[in-house]
Design a protein around this ligand. Structure first.
Ligand code: HAM
Length: 426
């Protein structure tokens, strides 16, 4: 038997409905905040990711799906979306038209990591990016959007960890200070960190190895070494978050696994997900557009991991309300023919309605209606047909009433109002 490859998962219908729920709510909120959708290719030139994410990051050095095409060009399955958005922004000169631009995207990403709960090799992100705005209020607005989004999805109790990673003016001197500090305890650091402390000392800060914890906890923090401009930016972001009652924690160890960040960097975690508890992450990347040949354009964004959001919702037993549906049970040849036409006319009016493909007993058709989770079953037998009437059975309350066939769509519309109110977002 051929099976799906390791780290790649089927999303079966029972789970896909939760995915659709999260995607629909997220897209609605993103559009309300002024973002437009950007659909991007899944494969890009390898150099796009090497140059943006950084040669020394875990993603580029060991997690990318990279392969030559038939003409020996090195291609990569995208490990994230920001690099592609920047590429498209510059390629289509989107900076030329408006003062600022807001985009969102959703789709699969690929990283060759060790699969475990909440971590797969093909995973899915919903991401959002803002170009052309350097103000701290934009960072605060994006973080508040993240709060609103998770709370609307049904995960209000998230933890937002915040840090600044400085800018090209203050990060190199801080790196030196950190390097000098780490040098003193070089031998105590784990082997990975001994290497990192030379190439990418900031990455030592988020090492999980026990040997390194004591050294990291006493390390000089970047917030103490920001230049005045970065410091002012950080203070303003924090002030606006406090003003908006959006709780956050400063995490001096937050450095992110991608090299393009400047200033604000953040991560959102959800307790109860085990080791892979980061459900979203993001930050500013004010130099990336220019590095890819565009004009100097500040930018900021975030992405959430759909698999982890769905796991969190399942973990707390949140099941999206079902979309209201109807089953049409028809008995006998004539009634089935009428039902066949009625089915189409009700679907054309926007109802979600199914009927049995076989002329089976009422009992068996009601069983099907239950299996499909129908809120109402319409019953049309010879008797009802002769009197131009139809029965509506409320499946939850096991009550039923008879109405004139010609009134059925109006009656159903009224019955569905409470269900639609529960799903007001749609
Ligand atoms: P990231 O932190 O690498 O950021 O990924 C964002 C989210 O994707 C993570 O918080 C996590 O929920 C999910 N994720 C990452 N890897 C996996 C995996 N192997 N399996 C399941 N879920 C995963 C970025 O990708 C940046 N592009 C975010 C960004 C947008 N920064 C600025 N704009």
């Amino acid at each position: 038997m051929i099976k799906a490859i390791r780290g790649f998962k089927d999303i079966l219908p029972s789970e896909a409905c939760i995915w659709q729920y999260v995607e629909t709510i997220s897209q609605k909120i993103l559009r309300d905040y002024g973002f437009s959708e950007l659909r991007l290719p899944i494969i890009e030139d390898t150099s796009l990711f090497v140059r943006s994410i950084g040669q020394d990051t875990d993603i580029v050095s060991k997690e990318m799906y990279t392969f030559p095409d038939r003409k020996n060009h090195s291609l990569t399955l995208r490990p994230e979306g920001t690099a592609s958005v920047v590429r498209a922004f510059v390629e289509h000169k989107m900076y030329a038209r408006d003062q600022y631009k807001k985009f969102y995207y959703l789709g699969p990403m690929f990283r060759y990591e060790r699969p475990q709960a909440g971590r797969s090799r093909q995973f899915h992100q919903i991401g959002a990016e803002i170009f052309g705005l350097a103000e701290a209020s934009v960072d605060a607005e994006l973080l508040i959007l993240v709060y609103d989004l998770f709370s609307k999805i049904g995960l209000p109790s998230i933890t937002l960890s915040l840090n600044s990673v400085g800018c090209p003016a203050c990060r190199p001197p801080y790196k030196k200070i950190l390097q000098e500090y780490l040098q003193k305890d070089h031998a105590t650091l784990c082997l990975d960190c001994q290497q990192r402390s030379e190439k990418n000392p900031l990455r030592v800060l988020d090492c999980k190895n026990d040997d390194c914890q004591d050294i990291i906890s006493r390390a000089p923090t970047i917030l103490e070494h920001l230049c005045p401009t970065c410091q002012h930016h950080q203070q303003e972001v924090e002030r606006l978050l406090k003003l908006s009652n959006a709780p956050y924690q400063i995490n001096h160890r937050l450095v992110r696994g991608l090299d393009y960040y400047t200033r604000t960097a953040f991560e959102v975690t959800f307790a109860g997900l085990g080791a892979q508890n980061a459900i979203a992450g993001g930050g500013r990347y004010d130099n990336l557009v220019e590095e890819f040949g565009g004009p100097p354009t500040p930018a900021i964004g975030f992405a959430l991991g759909l698999e982890r959001v769905v796991l969190a919702l399942q973990g707390q037993g949140t099941i999206p309300p079902p979309s209201p549906s109807i089953f049409l049970a028809a008995l006998g040849e004539k009634a089935r023919e009428k039902a066949f036409l009625l089915l189409r006319s009700l679907r054309q009016k926007g109802f979600c309605i199914q009927m049995s493909y076989q002329d089976s007993s009422l009992k068996s058709q009601l069983k099907q209606a239950n299996q499909q989770g129908a809120q109402f079953t319409l019953i049309l037998g010879e008797n009802e047909l002769n009197n131009q009437r139809i029965i509506i059975k409320d499946m939850e309350h096991a009550s039923q009433e008879e109405v004139a066939l010609e009134d059925i769509s109006e009656v159903l519309k009224n019955k569905f109002l409470p269900f639609l109110a529960k799903r007001e977002i749609f």
